[in-house]
Design a protein around this ligand. Structure first.
Ligand SMILES: *[C@@H]1O[C@H](CO)[C@@H](O)[C@H](O)[C@H]1NC(C)=O
Ligand SMILES: *[C@@H]1O[C@H](CO)[C@@H](O)[C@H](O)[C@H]1NC(C)=O
Ligand SMILES: *[C@@H]1O[C@H](CO)[C@@H](O)[C@H](O)[C@H]1NC(C)=O
Ligand SMILES: *[C@@H]1O[C@H](CO)[C@@H](O)[C@H](O)[C@H]1NC(C)=O
Length: 424
């Protein structure tokens, strides 16, 4: 039987903007969702079972990306990738399935297959909870050529566990189909990604999409009048001019003496936080090599509130990745080849994944001019209680992790080597 090149896996993206103003109001920050559920029972926490795997995958993928191009900006959403391929795995069998599990760091001697999908189901519910204060959404969709007959079980599973939409489309009229898909992506990413897909390959049968959108507001915004032109040292010889934001406040920080780096936590309103990691000059490689679940977890546990003078550049960068190439290097070969067994997806046709792309964008700025009163209060507090603040200046390459604290998921991860280069 002729093998059709079939699934076109568009792992979309990530619109992320960091903006504007929030006056910290701790009285309204207790999570409502804890009340109806009982955290004591494991039953409501199936997402916790996949957290360690998702973190392992995030750091492995980061290493694969940086191995290829160590001196470039990096930005991607590990959670988007994990979710899209876990959803695809519902239709995979045999080696195709075990390679996916291995790459996504799911160890089937410790975890049942069902538990993986239960985990993502709960994770999606928690992320998309409309009561959350943060503008965060993640979703999945299948665009299906009307020639293709999906298996009922696959359709039920992607709907139940991944809340996926299944949209039937006429791929023969490829211009129209591309438009439909692009409009869907544009809507879901609030206009961040326009014309994402250029064309459809003639033998495409299905397109799988995962998107993540997050718009975060700093709990402690920067004031634009404190932003100055400043130098950012891309490497030992070269510098570029950036807009450097500044604030002097209390932050959760940690100095890792062993790895020679600073870690600064910057919370967004609504239980999401950015972890900025600033290696000392010349120690980026050392920190990257140590980037593992346990390292990051140790950092999180070691954070202490301290007054700091924080300098952070404004930046807007994006990363685009050919996931097929990267996954092949990570051992996922069958699903992209004639050996693919995706017999759980559709009847009749033998399928393989012809393309998998991922794009992510981040936009960090200070936006906001209010909240002056809050800042004043804090300045008084720190000069009275604490000694001189540390100065932590992100004027050389650094790492950024955006973590959803409700699900302990790494939503985004990146390395900012040059804040003035937009395309990773
Ligand atoms: C903080 O939140 C509470 C409850 O939502 C509200 O009553 C109060 O006015 C808020 N305070 C500020 C300073 O926004
Ligand atoms: C999977 O888990 C088992 C049991 O904990 C362990 O012995 C094995 O080494 C793990 N496999 C991988 C690839 O981590
Ligand atoms: C994390 O901290 C524990 C306890 O301090 C330590 O034993 C372990 O080596 C640390 N792990 C890493 C990867 O730094
Ligand atoms: C900041 O907010 C103002 C007013 O809401 C808006 O006009 C401006 O475009 C924003 N700037 C950025 C960089 O987002």
């Amino acid at each position: 039987m002729k093998m059709k090149s079939a699934l076109y896996l568009s792992l979309v993206l990530v619109g992320l903007q960091v903006q504007a103003l929030h006056i910290p109001n701790h009285s309204d920050e207790q999570e409502e969702q804890d009340t109806p559920h009982s955290p004591a029972e494991g039953g409501n926490l199936p997402h916790l079972k996949i957290v360690p795997s998702n973190a392992d995958f995030a750091f492995r993928f980061y290493k694969q990306v940086t191995e290829e191009e160590s001196n470039k900006n990096v930005f991607f959403s590990p959670l988007s990738l994990s979710t899209a391929f876990a959803m695809l795995s519902l239709g995979a069998r045999a080696h195709t399935l075990s390679q996916l599990h291995k790459c996504l760091a799911f160890n089937l001697t410790e975890l049942e297959e069902r538990e993986i999908h239960d985990g993502f189901q709960r994770l999606l519910q928690l992320l998309n909870d409309p009561h959350r204060e943060v503008q965060l959404s993640m979703g999945n969709a299948l665009f299906i050529n009307n020639e293709l007959k999906l298996r009922q079980k696959f359709l039920e599973d992607v709907t139940t566990f991944y809340d996926s939409e299944a949209i039937s489309s006429d791929f023969q009229n490829s211009e129209k189909a591309v438009n439909e898909i692009n409009n869907y992506i544009k809507t879901k990413t609030h206009g961040k990604f326009v014309d994402f897909l250029q064309n459809l390959s003639p033998d495409a049968l299905m397109i799988l999409i995962n998107y993540v959108y997050f718009k975060g507001y700093w709990e402690q915004p920067f004031k634009s009048f404190s932003t100055r032109d400043d130098d950012f040292f891309v490497d030992a010889k070269n510098s570029v001019k950036v807009k450097m934001m500044y604030q002097s406040k209390l932050h959760n920080i940690h100095r890792d003496e062993k790895l020679s780096c600073w870690v600064v936590e910057m919370p967004y309103k609504g239980d999401v936080a950015a972890l900025f990691v600033l290696p000392d000059e010349g120690t980026m490689k050392q920190v990257e090599d140590a980037l593992l679940k346990d390292t990051v977890s140790n950092w999180s546990q070691s954070l202490e509130e301290r007054p700091i003078e924080l300098y952070l550049p404004k930046f807007s960068i994006s990363g685009s990745y050919d996931v097929k190439n990267l996954f092949i290097k990570m051992g996922v070969t069958d699903v992209f080849s004639n050996n693919a067994d995706l017999s759980g997806v559709a009847e009749g046709d033998r399928l393989m994944v012809s393309k998998a792309i991922h794009k992510a964008e981040v936009d960090v700025n200070e936006n906001g001019t209010e909240a002056a009163a809050v800042t004043m209060i804090e300045l008084v507090r720190l000069s009275e209680v604490f000694p001189l603040p540390h100065v932590i200046k992100f004027n050389r390459p650094f790492l950024m992790l955006i973590v959803d604290k409700t699900t302990y998921s790494i939503l985004f991860m990146g390395k900012i080597v040059n804040p003035t280069v937009k395309e990773g």
